[in-house]
Design a binder for this molecule. Structure first.
Ligand code: SAM
Length: 409
């Protein structure tokens, strides 16, 4: 049979929530009756969400699907500054759990019709009276639409305890609003074809509830005590640059990578009589001068001046003991990612100080990069020099007069 809706109705329902999240930007979202965790999987890509929680009564179902919520490899390789924590619980929406208070948004997509009428009352009290999220999105089948569903007799699902008409849904929703201090807007997804919409409404009807008051005085549920009736089955914190360990890991690998890149470029160009100006990023004629101590310029004033790569050969006999020194200020100035990750040059030095993978000079101002890795022996030609230490510098800071750096790579 041809699908009645395109995209399929369950996708449209989830898309409705995704669009709502895009517009309202809630930070803490809970999906009640999360089932196969499909909505949670979609919502985890929304940067504004910091906490994503699901609960379902069906433990086996959760366990089958919850691992699909795990971060993927790019989340580890290129973490963002976003913060995301996901938790999935086994529990019933008819029972309270203190961990579910204080959410910005709760969604209950196609779950209410699975509850007995008595449990719908518990659900209303728990969700609107106890959890009290800022907004609630509830979707449920609209029985007015059922005559248009080919071959349907009875309910749309064997587990449904009821299916409300638009009037029945409206009556329940308005009662909940007046009882618990919310207001509601009615909408839906899945439109009837051939101008039937006005007479039957949407296939899935949706109520969007907004909390009017932060607190709810009548304490019918005895919510003074904190109850923990749900069982945590899954918990994951996504890698985030807001976490210091993750930040250091990413920063270290970027510094090592960029320092190595600069070294390789320098060596390539150096052998051709040219060198890389790390300030302007352009190639300049190589000047070999007697070694003088290269002072790293202070952040601010010095940062505008030319930074140079320098080779150091404390032991000329041992090619593996040669280093290219890359000023931290050069890395900070020339690598936007390093700049963004560290925030300031002082911070960059501070963050790298105790990192065993990064070899810093004694004064902590330059990164020492091995001129030739053990497994590269013989691959690289060291530029000819007269003495053990050679400073490679560039002459001017004027961008206009210099050759285009891009053209040299
Ligand atoms: N919300 C999901 C979605 O949109 O795909 C799943 C909808 S599925 C039709 C209904 C879900 O509600 C099932 O996963 C079922 O286990 C869950 N459910 C039924 N009664 C529940 C209860 N009392 N508490 C929590 N979840 C319940």
């Amino acid at each position: 049979m041809e699908p009645l809706f395109s995209p399929a109705l369950h996708i449209q329902r989830h898309q409705f929530v995704v669009d709502f999240v895009r517009g309202k930007k809630p930070k803490k979202v809970v999906d009640l009756g999360c089932g196969e965790c499909k909505l949670l999987k979609k919502l985890r890509f929304h940067h504004e969400i910091e906490m994503l929680v699901g609960v379902d009564i069906n433990e086996a179902k959760i366990k089958r699907y919850m691992h699909g919520l795990a971060p993927i490899s790019t989340d580890y390789l290129q973490p963002s500054f976003d913060w995301l924590s996901i938790e999935v619980y086994k529990g019933s929406v008819t029972q309270r759990d203190a961990r579910f208070k204080g959410f910005d948004l709760a969604t209950a997509i196609e779950i209410i019709e699975h509850l007995t009428p008595a449990d719908v009352e518990h659900f209303s009290a728990v969700v609107f009276g106890y959890m009290r999220p800022g907004a609630v999105v509830i979707s449920t089948p609209n029985s007015d639409f059922n005559p248009l569903l080919p071959g349907l007799s009875g309910f749309r699902d064997r587990d449904h305890k009821f299916e409300w008409s638009r009037a029945e849904f409206r009556s329940w929703a308005l009662r909940v609003c007046s009882e618990y201090g919310y207001e509601v807007e009615f909408t839906g997804v899945g439109e009837a074809l051939h101008g039937h919409h006005d007479s039957v409404g949407f296939c899935s009807q949706i109520g969007v509830f907004y909390r009017l008051t932060a607190s709810y005085p009548p304490n019918t549920l005895g919510d003074d005590e904190d109850v923990f009736s749900y069982t945590l089955l899954y918990h994951i914190n996504y890698p985030s640059l807001r976490d210091n360990n993750t930040l250091r890991r990413v920063l270290v690998s970027e510094v090592l990578y960029q320092a190595e890149q600069l070294k390789v470029r320098w060596i390539e160009e150096n052998s051709g009589g040219r060198c890389l100006c790390l300030t302007c990023g352009r190639m300049k004629e190589l000047q070999i001068e007697p070694h003088t101590e290269v002072e790293e310029k202070q952040e601010g004033a010095g940062a505008e001046e030319d930074q140079v790569l320098q080779t150091s050969r404390p032991n000329q006999q041992d090619p593996l003991n040669r280093y290219v020194t890359v000023p931290l200020s050069a890395l900070w100035l020339n690598c936007p990612k390093i700049k963004k990750l560290s925030g300031s040059l002082v911070n960059l030095r501070h963050l790298l100080m105790d990192e065993p993978e990064v070899r810093l000079s004694e004064d902590g101002r330059t990164v020492l990069v091995k001129y030739q890795e053990e497994d590269q022996e013989g691959d690289l030609d060291f530029p000819s020099e007269d003495d053990g230490f050679t400073e490679v510098s560039c002459c001017s800071n004027s961008f206009e007069q210099e050759e285009d750096w891009e053209a040299n790579v």
